[in-house]
Ligand binder design. Structure first.
Ligand code: PNS
Length: 159
């Protein structure tokens, strides 16, 4: 079984993430969407809330598992049997950091590949931090996040 893993902070999930999830799902038998738990960071949404927002955005979609992990992504990928890490790339500014992470992951696990998928041009400017900034200022986040989770995000962050 060809298992891909798509990991991120998802604080919160955006339409850009959902686009990468749906397109990468077509390239594998099973896609594991994994929320990274970083105890050093203070996210806006708890891990459980992040998972719930992703689940609500993807309801009824086969072959997608949503979960969380702590520690190294390569260790988690090995544990779940994933041989491919999928990463979304928006702009050159993403590239440098993602390139370093991919190299480090290759160093840690030579048998695991990182695949980069270019963002859909419609979402090239969309980021979780941008969504949070707009929502906190009471702005309209329509089109930036799935419609079905928009109200939940606004209830939580809306100014
Ligand atoms: O959405 P993000 O913030 O770009 O996601 C980052 C994430 C969770 C994918 C990244 O921080 C990660 O892989 N964390 C696990 C720690 C790890 O494996 N580090 C080694 C590579 S530098």
């Amino acid at each position: 079984m060809n298992i891909f893993i798509y990991a991120g902070s998802f604080d919160p999930v955006t339409n850009g993430h959902i686009d990468i999830i749906q397109r990468s799902r077509k390239l594998c038998d099973k896609l594991i969407v994994a929320v990274g738990v970083n105890e050093g960071k203070k996210p806006a949404f708890s891990t459980e809330e992040k998972i719930e927002l992703i689940r609500a955005s993807l309801k009824d979609q086969d072959g997608i598992e949503i979960t969380c992990f702590k520690g190294l992504l390569t260790d988690f990928a090995r544990k779940v049997g994933a041989k491919t890490i999928i990463k979304g790339l928006r702009a050159m500014s993403d590239f440098e950091f993602e390139f370093q992470m991919a190299m480090m992951n290759k160093h840690l696990a030579a048998d695991i590949e990182t695949l980069f998928m270019m963002t859909n041009v419609d979402y090239s400017y969309v980021s979780s931090s941008g969504v949070k900034a707009v929502a906190k200022a009471g702005g309209d986040i329509s089109g930036l996040v799935p419609e079905c989770i928009k109200d939940k995000i606004m209830e939580r962050l809306g100014g």
